[in-house]
Design a protein. Structure first.
Length: 236
């Protein structure tokens, strides 16, 4: 059977074609491929832009704030005058539709939870209203113990995350942040529930859990977490 097949292939000229193809393949392998010449790199005449942050130099405050505040006072260098063209937008932070929504990298104080560096919505705040950096922000809390950024909370986060009112915190001169309350042993279950601090405890961030907490009958997210921590301890 094999002999007949080979004879049939030879009569059709298949063997000759196979030898031609194999020799052609060997010859192409021996041919050296011509190397393409390297492309010349184009050098731009204009200087390459570099971020000031990567250079290690901070941006000029006056340059960043000219659009809203204008130039600083020539004597003190700290007092700002609000540009008339932006006056309405600036005062709109206290309106019903835009309370505390103006981002400001200089005057804005960062909330420890929401991480938003915005102007507060308090009418009597000299810090946010007049641009007086020597005055405290009336729309943010301050811990009487640590006076650190851990105790800085905006009105909305203070209410939803801890169930406290900003007016009560203002009148309480001994108010302390959750970090200090836990460290001093006043209430070991009253913990900071920001995403950063929960990750340090190897706990999953709660996200927007205020609605779930209220459905469960708790005043805030901190009250819900306090209950869960107590239950976890009792089950151990």
């Amino acid at each position: 059977m094999c002999i007949l097949l080979k004879a049939r292939m030879a009569s059709l000229g298949i063997n000759d074609k196979a030898e031609e193809l194999s020799s052609l393949a060997l010859s192409t392998k021996c041919v050296k491929m011509s190397k393409s010449s390297p492309r010349t790199r184009r050098v731009l005449s204009t200087p390459v832009r570099r971020s000031e942050r990567l250079k290690g130099t901070s941006a000029n405050v006056t340059e960043r704030q000219l659009c809203l505040y204008g130039t600083p006072d020539e004597v003190t260098g700290r007092e700002w005058c609000i540009v008339p063209a932006r006056k309405r937008l600036f005062l709109g932070r206290c309106g019903s539709t835009g309370r505390g929504t103006i981002y400001n990298s200089v005057l804005g104080i960062c909330c420890h939870f929401c991480r938003q560096k915005t102007l507060c919505c308090e009418d009597d705040c000299k810090h946010c209203r007049d641009g007086d950096i020597d005055q405290p922000c009336m729309g943010k809390t301050e811990c009487s113990s640590c006076h650190s950024s851990n105790g800085v909370l905006c009105r909305a986060c203070l209410k939803s995350r801890y169930g406290e009112e900003l007016e009560d915190v203002r009148t309480n001169k001994n108010w302390m942040c959750p970090h200090c309350i836990e460290e001093k042993g006043i209430n070991p279950f009253w913990i900071c529930n920001s995403s950063i601090c929960l990750k340090k405890r190897k706990m999953a961030p709660t996200g927007i859990a205020i609605y779930h907490a209220r459905e469960m009958g708790y005043e805030s997210v901190a009250h819900l977490l306090m209950y869960k921590l107590k239950m976890k301890l009792s089950q151990q």
